[in-house]
Each structure stands twice: as structure tokens, then as C-alpha cells.
Design a protein around this ligand. Sequence first.
Ligand SMILES: C[S@@+](CC[C@H](N)C(=O)[O-])C[C@H]1O[C@@H](n2cnc3c(N)ncnc32)[C@H](O)[C@@H]1O
Length: 339
Amino acid sequence: MSATVKPEKEHFSVLLNELVSIISPLYSGTFIDCTFGQGGVSKKILENPNNKIIALDRDKKTIIKANNFKEKYKDRFVFKNIKFSQINEVKIEKKDIKAVIFDLGYSLNQILDPEKGLSFNSKGKLNMKLGLNEFSAHEVINCLESKDLEKIFRYFGEEKKAKIISKKIFESRKKKILKTEDLVDILNKINFNKKSKIHNATKIFQSLRIFVNREISELIFGLINSFKMLPIGGVIVAISFHSIEDKIIKSFFKFSENKNSSRYLPNTKKNTQLFQLLHRKPIVPSRKEIELNKPSRSAKLRYAVKINHEQNFNEFINIFKHLIEIENLSKKIWKKYFL
Ligand SMILES: C[S@@+](CC[C@H](N)C(=O)[O-])C[C@H]1O[C@@H](n2cnc3c(N)ncnc32)[C@H](O)[C@@H]1O
């Protein structure tokens, strides 16, 4: 696999105007951009000379862009190469934070980077690491048992043929170590729904990317920890690109403290709303934006204003426990590959 990357292909920041119209009424202050990427969102916010940005990104390749920003915006811009679930490690006065922004997924540079292997047109060793990872898709495909692969494909890819696919992978890897092109070859031989507009490999590649990057746990703990960082009146804005992410964000914003777990028990505890939702439905890109930037078609933006403090998120975490447990199957990779 070649490691050369052609940098600086322009990444279109999705729903940027809508994002700006949400955060500009918050006046000037500090904004945390949890997904710096190619800096489109940060740049827009820094157009206001009274704004500051704390930007995070797990991909070390974004450091080059961040250094350019540092040179231009000086002390109005700070960058940290960390995962957003670690947002609580950022040292900052909470009262100064206006909003925390998540623009999830990957940038154009990353999908075009042959080293990352996010595209099914890639060749060579499977990877899919966005940065700060413990293992890659190579170990997942060549090491996990068939029943574990099936869970990953079914729950993270919502793939109906998960069982057949995982069995085929299991059989094929008895003969050789599977590379990206071998996986695509296996998927091309499966009899998928011919009417579907998406490529056979799309859902499987998505599921592997989610698993390798622990995207479910990252989002759940990223949201919880950013909530803890925010003062009352602070806003969380999240743009998602697939239904699992959107479900997590929607539940988080609707989550209330002390909800009774059973409808048969008397309601002795008072519900405390954590957020004010100004839009119940997600904001989606206009037809014009989709025409200009096709990948934006699956984007959904949700945002909410923090109106209460809360410490216990166990009930929210429990809703997605089954997905976190699937991500924890990665412990088996550790035992087999690295110990
Ligand atoms: C869609 S891009 C962001 C694009 C950016 N908003 C822009 O306008 O250029 C998503 C970015 O989030 C980063 N990312 C994804 N998951 C992350 C995580 N858990 N922690 C930190 N960064 C993450 C990716 O590395 C990628 O650079």
C-alpha cells in the first residue's frame, strides 16, 4: 500500500450555513470543535475576531493544518490530537464555552488516503484506523470468530446477509491472509439486492470502520463528557451520517434524569430535563447542497441547549449497552494477536 497522500483536496463542510446560524446568536466566546478535520468549521467560526476555538482530532495528519491555523489565528486557536471522548482533559474555564461541535465521520482527505484504506477501492493490508487506535481492520477480518464478525456486520452495518458474509470470510481466510481486495472480492460474489443503489461493500466497510475506531463508545462518551464541560446555556451541535449515530444523539438530547424505568411503578421521582430542544426534527441539507456535494445527502444535524446539570448517565448508556458490548469484542483481538 502506498503511503503517499495528495493533501488539500477541498473538503466541503456539510450544513455549514445552518451550523453558523445556530451558533452565531451565542455571541463571541470559546467553541470546541471536536472534529477539526480540514478546518472548515473552525475557520468559519474564527471569522468572528472575538471567537476562540479549541480544536480536537484523533488523526495526527490534521496537525499540519492545525499548525497553519495556529500561525494565522495565534492564541485564538488551540489544537489537541486527542479523541473527543477525552474532551474532559482539555483545561478550560467552563463558563467561557459557548458550544461543542461534532461533525462526525471522515473527511475527503481521509477517504482519499490509501494508507487509511477507508475506501473499497484501496489495495493491500486492511486498515481503517482514523488515529490513536489499538488495532486495525486487518486483525478484525483475519482473527475474530465468524459469530463475532456477524454481529459487527449486522449491528454496525445493518447488513441482512451478515451471517453468510462472515462464514465466507472465515472459509477464505483458512487459505490465505485476507487483504482489502480479497474482502471486496468475497463481497462481490455474494448475491446482494440488485436494486440497491449502494455498492455491496459499503455497509461492511462502514461496520468495520465503526468497530476499529470504537465510534459508538466515542460518541456516547464524547456527548456525556462534553455535556459535563458545558455551562448552563451552552449548546451541543452534532452532525451525523448514519442511523446509529443519529439514534444515539437523538436519545441523548431526549434523555432526562430520574426517569422511572418501569411504567408499573409509581412515579416518585421528578424528571429533570437536561436540554431544551429548539428543533425536534433533524436539520438536513437542501437539495442544492446535495447537488453540490453528494456525500452530504445522509447528513442530519441536531442541537440542544443545556438547561440543567446531571451526573448520572447510566440509563442512557444502558440503551446502547448491546452496541458497546460488540465494540468490546476487540478484547479478543488483544488476546489472540498482541499477548
Ligand atoms: C467530517 S470530518 C470533519 C470535517 C471538519 N468539520 C471540516 O469542516 O473540515 C471528521 C473528523 O473527525 C475526526 N474524528 C472522528 N472521530 C473522532 C474522535 N472520536 N475523536 C476525535 N476526532 C475524531 C476525523 O479524524 C475527521 O478528521
